[in-house]
Write a protein that binds this ligand. Sequence first.
Ligand code: MN
Ligand code: MN
Length: 401
Amino acid sequence: MEKRNIGAIALAVAFVLQLNPLAASARSEAPWVARHGVPKLAQTPDGKIATNDGDQMPEIKYELGKQPLKEHPGGASNEATARNFPISKGLAGVSMFLKPGGLREMHWHANAAEWAYVVKGHCRITVIDPEGHHEIKDFGPGDVWYFPRGHGHSIQGLGDEECHFILVFDSGYFSEFSTFSVSDWLAQTPPEVLSKNFGLPASTFAGFPKKEVYISQGPVPAPLPLDPVPGSENPPPLTHKFSLGGKAPVTTPGGSFNVVDQRQFPISTTMTGAILKMKPYAMRLLHWHPNADEWQYYIKGRARMTVFGSQGRSITREFGPGDVGYVPMGCGHYLETVGDEECEVLAVFNSGNYEEITLTEWLAKTPERLLETNLSVSPKIIEAIRKGQMLFSLPQPPANK
Ligand code: MN
Ligand code: MN
């Protein structure tokens, strides 16, 4: 009884807050304000912006592909983190290229799990978990890996072409203070300490790197044995590899959607990823994610995304290959293909369970009388909008084409 009353009071308070315009300033919990601090006014000279009332919206686009690459002997990378892309507090990403034999050195991340998608080429990962299980696996285009926070790992280019992959972390601050490289640690540690640690003379360590290696160039490693020597492996109970390209997507006339979360890939308890392919003139329908931020990397084609930020605000940006987009948790959004080419987008979420609510579905499941009262339109219109598509719109060219 007591509990019910408290519930009723809470509901009434929530109701009053929603209806009272004076409460709007007190109700400043636009998702990124609550989670990410005060938003910055979105400004790019060439980008399209559509804020309906001039209120502030944070920038949702970062041109990662146009940023200078940090070059190393065996490869190169650049990154989108909370430092250069302020909205991106919940997730951050790295675009990395490894030459054949190029080695992203042994390292771990203290504050983030790592989820990755191979765009092009081949590479090999090694990983160790706290129980001493280790896994060595080869990856090609469409493959995904997931390293739980703190698990040690390395990545090396294979084959005869450069390997390109996108790394996504479930913290916008993964990079600056929290990536721990083996060479950096060894360089920091006095030779006398290394001598004690390894039981070898201090002179053994004279030739070790003097600073962090990050990416080094070596020979292409030999193919993995088809039949490993019995006892030579100690694989983890849950594999770090998933072949997203090998999974059948949900396909509609307007596009396809292929998602992998921990239901298919049990080790990935904190992250989910998906490949969206949108046909020309199609649209990814109005929806939101109740449980996660969305980090996007545009692989092919062009699209326009609009993010709805509550309180009369929205922002629109156009994205092309190499661009990164970000949708804070709970913000409504949709994507429209631009041009005649199919658009392919990698979308990664900071939750192990994929969740979305699509506006069309909500309308379709809501009583017609309620919709008439809510939207003040005729029953005929209500009936029509309830029959909308799910996931993607039909790929319909505009009438003048
Ligand atoms: Mn890593
Ligand atoms: Mn989405």
